[in-house]
Design a protein around this ligand. Structure first.
Ligand SMILES: [Zn+2]
Length: 492
């Protein structure tokens, strides 16, 4: 327990987002920074890990319900394996950490610490796939990967080692593989929209920003309250390029040898960073009840002469809630006063608080307070266990509505270079604009205000397209014909 005066958040979310975020992460007990000499790494504390487990449990059950099996591959990859797919090496080389010694012995071949696992998984998929009857093949692994980026540490958003899942599948046809790609993207979207109370936009990455070796990279993007976009999960249709590099082939019905179409898809604990950033406030962490390690905290309020009856009442209520499957904590610490407890549980992000004093006991009632906005109501004791799900739904709806409003208000159109620069400079958020598809046009914007094209909407997602593109117009940056809609934003 830290000192009382250290407990509260001192930075402002609105004016000092970066410092505020770091403070919430540490004071809500989610993570610590690693020791000197290990900058870029973090220690994930139990409360932080519990949130990650909530994300993990949801996705894992969705994956398993759709025929994915978990497996585990070594964290080291021989250099020669990485080199088999040249595009990957070019994509990741500067960020790869290498093992050169085992004990005192120099290795004959150095080993990469996995920046992603395609090049160690694909050779085994090649062994496992023989005939069309072996397809589709779907494996997923939960693991950490290392990318040695020289940037400032931002817990969960940017760390040299991060936790994620990576799914890898092989299919007979392009259509099957593409459908798989979209299925996984859809599961990422439902994680955000149904569990984390965060609306996201689905789309594709521009050609020049695809995953190395991929045919199509799809993404879900989430808008943060500071106007920056987070790439919140990606799903890649890899075509037959990995099959060609690693001999993932199968014999079809006519005994002809065919290359498999493969996919890979990953979601990291950046999702956790985005969750914290989206909902939390100047009092501390805010998370929806769907994922909160404790959904309800009961704070008893008593004097010496009422202690026994208040605590008895509170304990019985705790037991009833726990029996109904609610994650509930009774804070009966004698050495802390109720005000201190309120602040501490607000800091830790418990979505619903029950207050029980002598009046509640006498009237057979419970005072219920919602974390996000402090809304207070009084419920009858014999109804509160049944109505708790309604409170959870209300809290969830409040959080979702606020995030949805932020997204809706921050997609703006621009039809020329000055419009893009001015709009992002003034408001942040997304600028939707007609685009010719050339990387140079993005470069020009990137160099001026470090905003990039985070997403291009899918062809059939007409609502997301800039209205002028369908009618025929020029690229907002050059004079060529616009062929698609680009979403520019600054990003994490
Ligand atoms: Zn252009």
């Amino acid at each position: 327990m830290s000192d009382d005066q250290e407990l509260g958040i001192t930075e402002s979310k609105q004016y000092n987002t970066g410092e505020w975020y770091a403070e919430v992460v540490q004071k809500a007990g989610l993570a610590n920074y690693a020791p000197d000499g290990m900058s870029g790494f973090i220690i994930t504390r139990p409360r932080g890990y519990a949130l990650w487990e909530g994300i993990q449990n949801y996705l894992d059950s969705e994956f398993k319900a759709t025929d994915v099996q978990n497996a585990y591959f070594p964290m080291f990859i021989p250099e020669s394996y990485l080199e088999r797919e040249k595009d990957i090496v070019e994509g990741f080389d500067p960020e790869v950490a290498w093992v050169t010694h085992g004990g005192n012995q120099e290795l004959e071949e150095r080993l990469a610490v996995r920046p992603t696992s395609e090049s160690i998984i694909a050779p085994y998929m090649a062994q496992w796939v023989r005939s069309h009857r072996d397809l589709p093949l779907r494996v997923n692994q939960w693991c950490s990967v290392v990318r040695w980026e020289a940037t400032d540490t931002k817990p969960f958003f940017r760390t040299k080692e991060f936790l994620w899942q990576e799914g890898h599948t092989a299919h007979r046809t392009r259509d099957d593989a593409f459908e798989e790609t979209m299925t996984r993207l859809g599961q990422y979207r439902s994680l955000y929209e149904d569990v984390l109370a965060m609306p996201v936009m689905r789309g594709k990455k521009p050609e020049h920003d695809k995953f190395p070796g991929a045919d199509t990279t799809t993404t879900v993007e989430a808008l943060m309250p500071d106007g920056k976009s987070v790439q919140a999960g990606t799903s890649h249709y890899l075509g037959t390029s990995f099959a060609a590099a690693f001999d993932i082939t199968f014999s079809d019905e006519d005994e002809e040898e065919q290359p498999a179409h493969t996919t890979s898809w990953g979601l990291s604990w950046r999702s956790l960073g985005a969750l914290i950033m989206t909902h939390s406030d100047d009092q501390g962490l805010v998370v929806p009840p769907t994922i909160a390690p404790e959904q309800v905290v009961i704070v008893p309020i008593y004097q010496e002469d009422t202690e026994e009856k208040v605590l008895d009442y509170a304990e019985e209520l705790r037991d009833d809630l726990a029996e109904a499957g609610v994650r509930v904590e009774l804070d009966d610490r004698d050495e802390r006063n109720p005000g201190f407890k309120f602040n501490e549980w607000e800091l830790k992000g418990v979505p619903v608080r029950f207050e029980i004093g002598p009046y509640e006991v006498d009237d057979d009632e419970v005072t219920v307070v919602h974390r996000p906005d402090g809304e207070e109501s009084v419920e009858a004791r014999d109804e509160v266990v049944d109505s708790i799900e309604d409170h959870f739904d209300e809290v969830y709806a409040k959080l979702y509505a606020k995030a949805e409003e932020n997204l809706a208000e921050n997609v703006r159109d621009a039809e020329d270079r000055a419009g893009i620069l001015g709009t992002i400079g003034q408001h942040g958020g997304y600028v939707r604009t007609p685009w010719c598809g050339k990387e140079e046009c993005e470069e020009e914007i990137k160099e001026t205000i470090s905003a990039e094209i985070v997403m291009v909407p899918f062809e059939d997602d007409e609502e997301r397209h800039h209205p002028d593109v369908a009618e025929g117009c020029e690229c907002a940056i050059c004079d060529d014909e616009a062929t698609e809609t680009a979403f520019f934003a600054k990003s994490y």
